[in-house]
Each structure stands twice: as C-alpha cells, then as structure tokens.
Design a binder for this molecule. Structure first.
Ligand SMILES: Cc1ncc(C[n+]2csc(CCOP(=O)(O)OP(=O)(O)O)c2C)c(N)n1
Ligand SMILES: [Mg+2]
Length: 616
C-alpha cells in the first residue's frame, strides 16, 4: 500500500496545482502563475481555506469581477505563449456564471485556463441552497452546466477521489497545444470540504514540456510538391506561429523561399512589422499590400490559423480559383479547413521540415519583388493616416500614430473590441513576437483592462499599453483598482467617441438609421458627459484628459515614467475610419425594408456575395 495523506478535496486540489511545474529558458518554475479568486459560499470555506495553505507556492489574487479576473487569467496564458496559465475560482451561482463569457473567450482563442466554480451540495440535503437554480425535471442540472459547451473539458466533482482522474485529464488538456482551452472543474461545495486518504504520489512534482509534433511524411511530401509548383505563394501567419514561438523559423523559411507573409489578428507580430517580406495584416482589416497578394495567391500556406471570416474576407478574398491551401496546424480540425492539404504539426517543426525539403527552391523573383514594392506603397498610405493633427476630434488612426511615436515598438499593445482592432491590425507597427496582444477571436468588450493586467503579470518588466474605447471601458473597468493594488502598472489610452462608434458605422454601411449606438442617437433625458479621468482617478490611477494629439504624446512620455497605472483620455471622431486597405465583410443586410437605404445596401450586398466561394 502506498503512503497516503488525509486532505480535503480542495486541499488536494491546491496542493496538486502547486506541484505542477514547467521549464522556461532552462529554469524550472510553477506552471500555474496563481489563482484568481472572488470568494462567496461555495468556495470560501473549501477552496478558500485550501488556497491559504499554499499561498506561498501558489499565490491567490483578489479581483472585483469574476469575468474580469478570468480575462486576466486568460491574457496571462496568451502573453506566456500558453507555457504558463492560471486558475480562477468563484462562488456558486452568479459568481460562477460571470465566468462563462470568459470561458467562451478562452475556448474560441484556444487558450488554457482552469475554472474552479463552486457548485451545489452533492449530498442535496440543504437543497435548494442560496443561489441554486432548480430544474423541475433534472436533479443533476445546475447553472454550471452552462460551462459545458464552452469548456474543452468539464467535470463535476461529486466525490473527493474524483479529483485524481479529473486533474490528470485537466493537465492533459491545458498542456495540449492542439486541444488546449478552458477546463472547468465544477466543485460541489460539500465535497470541497470532504476528506480522503490521497496517495502521496499524486502530489509528486511534475515538470511539463511543450509538445511539438512533427509532420507526417506523406502530408509533408504533398505540401512540398504543392509549394514547388507555386508561382504566387503566400504565407498566412496565425496565432499558432506565436504559440509555437516559431518566428525565427518563419523568417528563415520566408527569406529562403522568397515567400511573402501576411498576418491575422492573432498572428500579428509573428515577424517584426519592418521585415520586408511582412505584408502585415490580411483580410477585412488588412493592408493593401497583403490583400493584393491574397487575391492572386495560388498556394496559400496557412500556419496556425483558424481561418475565420476576418482573415478570409468572409471567403471572398482569395480569388485565384485554382489555389491550393496548405493547413500547417497542430490541430487537425483547423488543418483541413476549406479542403486544405493538411500538414498537422507544430508550426516551428513544420516550417523547419518544409524549409529543408524546399532548400534551393525559390518563388518567382517577380512575385517576391512585387510584394516588397507593395509593402512600401502601403507604408506611405499608413504614414498619411497616422500623421499628427491639430483636429479637435482626431481619428483612431491618428491616436494610434501618437501612441506609436511616443511608445515605440518595444511595448506590448493590447486591445479587443470596437473600432480599434481593425485600425490597429492595419496600422500598428509591431516589434517582438507577442508584443501585439489582440483578443479578436471573441472580441469581448471589457477584456482590455483586465487582460492588460494578466499580460503585465506575465511580463512584469515590460510596458503594457491598453487601447480601449469608451464603450468597452464602461462595460468593465474595475480591475484598474486591482492593477493599482497589485502595483502592476498599465498605460491605458481611452478613446472617447461618445458611443459605440464602430457599430454605428456598420449600421450606416448596412443602410440603417443612426440608432441606439452613439449616445446622442440613443433615447435619453440627459446626454451623458462622462468624466472618465475622474472615474479612473477614483480607483487610484493617475488620470488625465488630454486636449490634442500633441498633448497625448506629451502625456505618454510622462506615463512611461509613472510607476502607477495611468489612464489618458482623448476625445475622438466616431465617424472616421481608415479607408486604405481592407476588404468586404459579410454582414447580412435585411432583404426587405421600409428604408430605401437598406434596400440599396441589400442590392450592393447581393453583388458582393457573388465573390464568395464555398468548397474551392
Ligand atoms: C461584450 C460585448 N458586447 C457587445 C459587443 C458588440 N460590439 C462590438 S464593438 C461595440 C462597440 C464598442 O464601443 P467602444 O468601446 O466605445 O469602441 P468604438 O466602437 O467606439 O470604437 C459593440 C457594442 C462585443 N463585441 N462585446
Ligand atoms: Mg466609442
């Protein structure tokens, strides 16, 4: 009989988590960076007590909103290229459900995070306990079942020994580059407190390493043959390039074969912006340099990308009807999308083997030279829209220019929703891999500030700059207080265009009346005039409203020196966005309407849809 130790289920869980390690740059460090927690009934007595026991090895952080703390946990994993991650624990009921949106965010973005929501009593004796929903026909249903469709692995722990196989499975999912995503272990509150004689071996230290699968030889041969036949090859770099830390391999491959590279939102910063073969953003929010090539490309090597509609221009961008797509992806589900030739492998391993097999082969030099010229032309366009201005209401692009001039490319720039993602994808000149942190898989308003906090925890010595609209700020800003409390400085640039600017523009583009987006177009007795600087200052931030682009640049120079979270607010124009570059995006327009503008938009929409392809 092996030795055992008597612990509660919650104590066993936290002890186990604290013993899981990883190795980064030769150093053995805990794989869990900590646990975010908001206590209530359903976790304070069980997990809360157990977290206290391990607080030195597995730190606990307190937040103000469960969704936000989960955002921080997820951003931490993203900023660590999925090498390290965090857990988030909540009370039962509303605390748990506040994390469901974040679970979906992690699911869509393929990011590891461990959710530990409290759940009802397994013994059912006090039913219905406070915050318990009652299903009239199913005694096993609880609100935490909402996590199921947005978890990669879900388990409800109704006996203390169940945690042993559940945690083994959880670790497999969290560390699997192909299948990783949110894991939810729903912890019945009485079971958290129940003791069991756990085998001591369960708590042995374990060091996890990143798995890097190499390509199958037949898939590799098919991909090599396709590339060797290419006249107009193009690489799409997705988030998988970053998670594989394959930037050097990508640069070597692209330079060796003379193949231009374009980047998705998730893949931006795979190559530095100033790499001559980096055409930068592709798709709906793409550069003219990238999209021109995408339209003509005959072989598209799509690396580590989900090929979502913003990348493919709703499948209207890649116009070469004879094209071949090669899907280099660690996840077979993605590798075979749109009849791609699958090349299932880690991005770095796959690129290394492709590069070796292609050695000596080069894309036609006119194609490569054409790409380099197109990039230069785009840079001229981009410089125009990001140049300084004295306008009272500058554009988002002009604010981006100011942030870039003041902060350089050495910072980590983070954003998620509103008009900013499109503008930043086109215009931000990213530096090192991972320095561009976009949550554009789920594009969740309210990710930004809490996400910035998680990114800063992952990179405490780097400057993290959060760019955010007024709408996102109002939706979720509470972790400013947490960033001040934890001494984790963020620089937050808030663009106040007094409403949901990008949706207002989308509404106009689809023939709609200006309705319910900008504050002035929404039902009101009093037009809000929100003092964002005062609001941020009330949470302990250094905050200032700047009068102009020049004022913003000066304030950013000061913000760099600040050691406390700094919020800079600037008024912007809600109607302007960058025309240069870009591509059509499929947003369904009503077939019938009393508004002639909608009818006209529908006519244009029907024409645009002719460009879409399916199955080719
Ligand atoms: C949680 C959530 N709700 C709604 C949306 C849809 N949506 C996308 S952008 C946007 C408006 C964002 O407003 P703001 O942050 O002020 O940015 P702006 O559009 O003005 O640039 C909305 C409502 C979303 N992405 N996320
Ligand atoms: Mg706005």
């Amino acid at each position: 009989m092996s030795k055992t130790i008597r612990l509660t289920m919650a104590q066993a869980l936290t002890r186990f988590l604290s013993r899981q390690m990883t190795e980064i740059d030769g150093n053995k460090i805990p794989i869990f960076g900590g646990v975010w927690a908001i206590f209530g009934h359903g976790n304070v007595a069980g997990i809360g007590e157990a977290l206290y026991q391990v607080r030195d090895e597995l730190p606990t952080f307190r937040a103000h909103n469960e969704q936000a703390m989960a955002h921080a946990a997820i951003a931490y994993a993203k900023a660590n290229f999925r090498r390290r991650f965090m857990a988030a624990t909540s009370s039962i009921g509303p605390g748990a459900l506040n994390m469901v949106t974040a679970a979906a965010l992690a699911h869509v973005n393929r990011l590891p995070v461990l959710f530990l929501p409290g759940d009802v009593f397994a013994n059912r004796i006090p039913d219905p306990v406070l915050q318990q929903a009652e299903d009239f026909s199913d005694g096993t249903a609880t609100v935490n079942d909402c996590f199921r469709p947005v978890s990669r692995y879900f388990d409800r722990i109704t006996r203390p020994e169940q945690i042993i196989p559940a945690l083994s499975r959880a670790m497999q999912v969290l560390t699997d580059p192909a299948g990783c995503g949110p894991v939810t272990l729903s912890l019945c509150q009485d079971v958290q407190a129940e003791a069991y004689d756990y085998p001591e071996s369960f708590f042995a230290e374990r060091v996890w390493h990143q798995r890097r699968p190499r390509p199958d030889r037949y898939e590799l041969a098919a991909a090599v043959a396709a590339l060797k036949g290419a006249k107009k090859p193009l690489v799409i770099a997705g988030g998988g390039v970053l998670y594989s830390q394959a930037s050097d391999e990508l640069a070597k491959f692209a330079e060796g074969a003379g193949i231009p590279v374009c980047e998705t939102q998730g893949g931006k910063s795979s190559l530095p912006d100033d790499h001559p073969l980096n055409m930068a953003a592709v798709g709906v929010t793409g550069t003219s340099a990238a999209n021109r090539l995408a339209e003509e490309a005959d072989v598209v090597l799509a690396i580590g990308t989900r090929l979502q509609d913003f990348t493919t221009g709703s499948w209207a961008l890649f116009k070469n009807s004879g094209k071949t797509i090669i899907g280099l992806n660690v996840q077979p589900f993605d590798a075979g999308k749109h009849r791609a030739l699958p090349l299932v492998a880690d991005a770095a391993e796959g690129l290394a083997e492709l590069g070796a097999a292609l050695k000596g082969w080069k894309a036609p030099s006119t194609w490569t030279a054409n790409a380099v010229t197109g990039k230069k032309a785009w840079q001229v366009e981009a410089a125009k829209v990001t140049a300084s201005t004295n306008a009272a209401y500058p554009s988002d692009a002009q604010v981006i220019g100011a942030v870039q001039r003041a902060m350089g490319s050495g910072v980590t720039l983070l954003h998620a929703a509103g008009g900013l993602p499109g503008e930043l994808h086109k215009l931000w000149q990213a530096g090192a891999p991972g320095s561009y942190h976009a949550e554009y898989g789920f594009s969740t308003m309210g990710y930004e500030i809490a996400g910035g906090l998680g990114a800063k925890m992952a990179k405490p010595n780097e400057e993290v700059v959060v760019m955010i609209g007024d709408g996102s700020y109002l939706m979720l800003n509470s972790e400013i207080a947490t960033s001040v409390m934890l001494g984790l400085k963020l620089t937050i640039v808030l663009l106040d265009n007094r409403g949901y600017g990008c949706i207002n523009r989308l509404q106009m583009a689809t023939g709609g009346a200006n309705f319910n987006n900008l504050l002035k177009d929404s039902r009101h007795e009093v037009l809000p005039d929100i003092d964002f600087a005062a609001h941020a200052a009330s949470m302990g931030a250094i905050a200032e409203k700047v009068p102009s682009i020049a004022g913003l640049e000066n304030a950013l120079a000061q913000a760099k020196k600040n050691t406390r979270t700094t919020v800079l607010v600037i008024d912007t124009d809600p109607l302007v966005s960058t025309d240069a570059g870009g591509h059509w995006w499929d947003v369904a327009v009503p077939e019938v309407s009393a508004r002639p503008q909608v009818n006209a938009a529908r006519k244009a929409y029907d024409e645009k849809r002719q460009m879409q392809t399916i199955g080719e």
